[in-house]
Design a protein around this ligand. Structure first.
Ligand code: PPE
Length: 307
């Protein structure tokens, strides 16, 4: 169960958690055209808190809305401020932030016409997405029978609610089959991403990640690419196949929720030594250092607030 907080920001004001309700004819509930973000905040080593890459996440929310022709009736600055207000109201120093813009009730049918565009911001504590052990020991992954979206079927640069039906199908299949996560291939059969994570492989010290084709343009992905380059690694964006993944020295997932999670097995093939590899460990540590406010170069990535 999501841990209940005091308030949810709803269309411009903070309302009590239990009062944040919508009508059953909310358009998004029927047709899936809603856009959301997943953002994390952390307690820094100086005791302050900070939201990681807040403006970038809010900008992506607005891009998702644009792609779906939804006019959010607030500015990006207002949503950034509202997120900080919600965290303060909920006294949350470390956790997860979920803004969701959706099409409200009005007409039914696939043309939402003038139905209102509504927006909420919820926050809750969220520990390691794939389990506490996963960050250190790595996870077991299975190639999904579900293909990731074609770029002209769903808009893959948007975090559209409806896109995640594909993720839910794949995730449940992988879990039912005894794995921790699903690896999704693109329509051409190349490695794409996971249900809620981007993927990286490491081979002979070179780090590789799929290009921005049908993947979500992950903010963690971009951060990790920069941090890995700072550490002296070469990072390339290139397509690769599942058998290239099988033979990688290391592999890991990135995402706001998943952070940097090592992959220790794919389709019963052990990846590298079967545990978190040295490159994965190095980029993971560099990432957590930034999140804790201990890398001045990336202080600009932190929107600090005090409770
Ligand atoms: N691909 C997908 C499909 C995806 O949903 C995410 C985030 C990513 C890649 C990584 O993007 P970024 O967070 O910007 O690095 N998935 C979010 C939702 C997870 C959920 O279960 O809900 C997240 O990590 O917050």
């Amino acid at each position: 169960m999501v841990q209940k907080a005091d308030s949810i920001w709803f269309d411009g004001k903070l309302v009590p958690w239990d009062k944040a309700q919508v009508h059953v004819l909310t358009h998004t509930l029927h047709y899936g055209v809603g856009v959301f973000e997943g953002i994390r905040c952390y307690t820094c080593s100086n005791g302050e808190s900070a939201v990681f890459r807040l403006p970038e996440h809010v900008e992506r929310l607005f891009h998702s809305a644009k792609i779906n022709e939804m006019a959010i009736p607030f500015t990006q600055e207002e949503i950034c401020a509202a997120i900080i207000d919600t965290l303060k109201a909920n006294k949350l120093s470390e956790g997860y932030i979920r803004p969701l813009a959706f099409i409200g009730a009005g007409v039914m049918g696939v043309n939402p016409a003038d139905n209102p565009i509504q927006i909420i911001i919820a926050t809750w504590p969220w520990g390691a997405y794939l389990g506490a052990e996963a960050l250190e020991k790595g996870i077991r992954v299975k190639t999904s029978t579900f293909t990731r979206h074609h770029v002209n079927v769903m808009m893959t640069k948007s975090k559209t609610a409806g896109n995640y039906v594909n993720s839910v199908l794949a995730k449940r299949e992988a879990l039912a089959d005894g794995y921790n996560e699903a690896l999704m291939l693109d329509v051409d059969g190349y490695v794409c991403e996971a249900t809620g994570e981007n993927i990286f492989i490491v081979r002979n010290g070179i780090i590789k990640t799929p290009p921005l084709g049908s993947i979500l343009s992950g903010i963690t992905r971009e951060s990790i690419m920069l941090l890995a380059e700072d550490l002296g690694y070469t990072v390339v964006e290139d397509r690769f196949t599942r058998d290239e993944l099988y033979c990688a020295d290391e592999a890991f997932f990135t995402g706001t929720a998943a952070e940097v999670t090592p992959i220790r097995e794919v389709d019963r093939r052990v990846i590298g030594a079967g545990s978190r590899g040295p490159v994965t460990k190095a980029v993971q540590e560099a990432y957590f250092k930034v999140l804790r406010g201990d890398n001045p170069k990336y202080g600009k990535w932190l929107a600090r607030y005090s409770l």
